[in-house]
Design a protein. Structure first.
Ligand code: HEC
Ligand SMILES: [Ca+2]
Ligand SMILES: [Ca+2]
Length: 169
């Protein structure tokens, strides 16, 4: 079970949040009449541009984003959103992740070459060391998106082996 769970965690590290398929549906389903057809409090959540222009998102900082702050208020607060009920923790975390990743309109592809997990432009032993620490659960790496070297959707010892082989040529 622990093993399956850690695979799920690693799998989710490989992909960033996609606004259209993951965030907009939350707004559509839970912020409906008030913020889609109408703009309650001056806030319209009907599409990406309106969401960003509203100023309720501080890209890169979910804690400073009013939209996030409203979601985590207790049900008893009259500023709590949505006013009746609440989003699930999973939905709230997804919105936080999306904001922290820069509140982008599209999922980003990896900005470094495959295997270059420390992002220094080189594929060498430093990447092997970083990746080994991640796999052993002793650390995090700068570019998880570059870690699945053998492209099997898992980050594990096989990627380390593949990178070592690539380095040794
Ligand atoms: C039943 C109607 C209703 C629903 C559903 C609702 N809101 Fe609101 N929302 C309001 C009203 C009315 C205001 C303005 C009053 C206030 O600021 O509390 C508001 C204000 C806000 C504000 C502050 C806007 C500003 O800049 O002042 C945010 C952020 C917000 N809502 C987010 C959301 C999100 C996200 C959802 C869905 C998860 C949601 N709301 C669902 C009615 C609603
Ligand atoms: Ca590197
Ligand atoms: Ca792999």
């Amino acid at each position: 079970m622990v093993k399956i769970y850690s695979y799920i965690v690693l799998f989710s590290l490989l992909f960033s949040v996609d606004y259209e398929s993951e965030i907009q549906p939350i707004f559509n389903n839970h912020c409906g009449n008030c913020h889609l057809g109408n703009s309650a409090g001056g806030l319209n959540l009907s599409n990406y541009d309106n969401v960003i222009l509203s100023g309720s998102i501080v890209a890169g900082d979910h804690a400073a984003s009013e939209l996030y702050q409203r979601l985590i208020l207790p049900e008893s607060s009259n500023q709590d959103m949505p006013p009746a009920g609440a989003l699930t923790q999973v939905q709230i975390d997804l919105i936080a992740d999306w904001i922290d990743e820069g509140a982008l309109s599209e999922e980003v592809s990896c900005s470094v070459d495959l295997g270059d997990v420390n992002g220094d432009g080189l594929l060498n032993v430093l990447d092997v060391v970083s990746l080994a620490q991640l796999v052993l659960g002793n650390g995090s790496i700068a570019f998880e998106c570059a870690a699945d070297y053998n492209d099997d959707d898992l980050i594990n010892v096989l990627d380390i082996v593949s990178i070592v082989n690539a380095i040794l040529g």
